[in-house]
Design a binder for this molecule. Structure first.
Ligand SMILES: [Zn+2]
Length: 373
């Protein structure tokens, strides 16, 4: 549990902090503008004006809906890997490949040494943070996923490509922290693809997060967790953000067998369904999570990014989520408090020391008495 870490960073969040995974749907005017930009009918600057307008819209929406930890909504991004590969020296864009269903993306190719081109996301983080007093998450794609979703024509193996990317993402993390970001999410949806590679995926994330004063979240979705759990608990982040609802909350069974020991952002909204979940259904899902995760360690969010939903669906789903969380917070507040529930670590330590001292003193006196005899 990392409440202490958050407080150390100056972040006071309510119980069951609400957030989102990162992307929001792009309004129609922005979709049209992106298509026109691709046809070279408008300039980058003209496109950016609309991206900013859409970012403002989503920050304001998140505030109005009542979320606790916000995102910039990724109105300026297309694919989560291509966005980074596009600007990093060492990559070339490849042809279209199919990701899932009817979605295609340009698979990047590593053709040279990967280098950091300077801040890739900081400008947008600053812009969004300037619009709200709530914390905005820094949003990055992890080294393992960028490596896995690219062709490698340069590094001798997958591990060295992954570690080279880790060095670059580390620099981006440092730039975000310098700008003021306190919560940074690094997405690794590919993490469970090849369980035998988990050790170097962990090593890479260690290089990214080690010693950095921030609260780290990793989002993973639609993976075969049973192959990497509980080993994945060694991943050096504070919070795992997992898709739970689309898979019928299967993971809860795994957590019962082997306790989950980090903070958990529990996906309560199925982003592949048009249907807006009722707040009663969301409440039920959160209650199930509370059976296996202590309330201090639980965050609540959708399964994945909401970019595939319509604007109205995304708003509706998030409203249900916030309503459910509010009800559960009230119930938790009213729940009878057990005696001596608020144990402060400091006082426990002090008491224990006192006990030890007392014990030693008794022993000493006993020994002295013995000697006198
Ligand atoms: Zn996802």
């Amino acid at each position: 549990m990392s409440r202490a870490k958050l407080e150390k960073l100056g972040l006071t969040l309510p119980l069951l902090p609400t957030s989102t995974v990162g992307s929001f749907p792009k309004p129609d005017y922005l979709l049209q503008a992106r298509a026109r930009f691709a046809r070279k009918e408008i300039t980058q600057k003209e496109l950016e004006v609309l991206e900013k307008r859409a970012t403002e819209f989503w920050v304001q929406q998140q505030e109005e809906i009542g979320l606790d930890v916000l995102v910039d909504g990724e109105q300026y991004r297309g694919d989560m890997v291509a966005y980074f590969a596009d600007v990093m020296p060492g990559f070339r864009m490849g042809g279209l490949v199919r990701s899932y269903g009817n979605r295609y993306y340009h698979k990047p190719i590593i053709v040279g040494e990967i280098r950091w081109p300077g801040p890739m996301t900081v400008k947008w983080w600053r812009f969004a943070q300037g619009l709200t007093s709530k914390p905005i998450k820094g949003m990055l794609t992890g080294p393992y996923t960028i490596m896995d979703w690219s062709f490698n024509d340069y590094y001798p193996d997958r591990k060295s490509a992954c570690l080279a990317l880790a060095r670059v993402i580390r620099k981006e993390v440092e730039a975000l922290v310098e700008a003021g970001a306190k919560v940074i999410q690094i997405d690794e949806p590919a993490l469970s693809v090849r369980p035998e590679e988990l050790p170097f995926a962990i090593e890479a994330m260690q290089m990214v997060t080690d010693g950095v004063p921030a609260y780290f979240i990793t989002h993973i979705c639609y993976g075969a967790f049973e192959f990497i759990y509980p080993r994945m608990l060694r991943f050096p982040v504070h919070n795992f953000d997992l898709e739970m609802s689309n898979s019928g909350l299967d993971l809860i069974g795994l957590f019962k067998k082997h306790p989950f020991n980090k903070d958990l952002s529990f996906g309560v909204l199925d982003v592949h369904s048009h249907k807006i979940e009722s707040s009663a259904l969301v409440k039920e899902r959160i209650e199930k999570a509370l059976q296996v995760i202590p309330k201090e360690a639980l965050w609540v969010d959708p399964d994945c990014g909401l970019k595939t939903r319509t604007v109205e669906e995304a708003q509706g789903k998030l409203r249900s989520m916030v309503a459910a969380v509010k009800e559960i917070r009230q119930a938790l507040d009213k729940a009878p408090k057990r005696k001596r529930r608020r144990i402060e670590v400091g006082s426990v330590v002090k008491k224990r020391r006192k006990k030890i001292r007392k014990h030693k003193y008794k022993k000493m006196r006993r020994r002295m008495r013995h000697k006198k005899k």
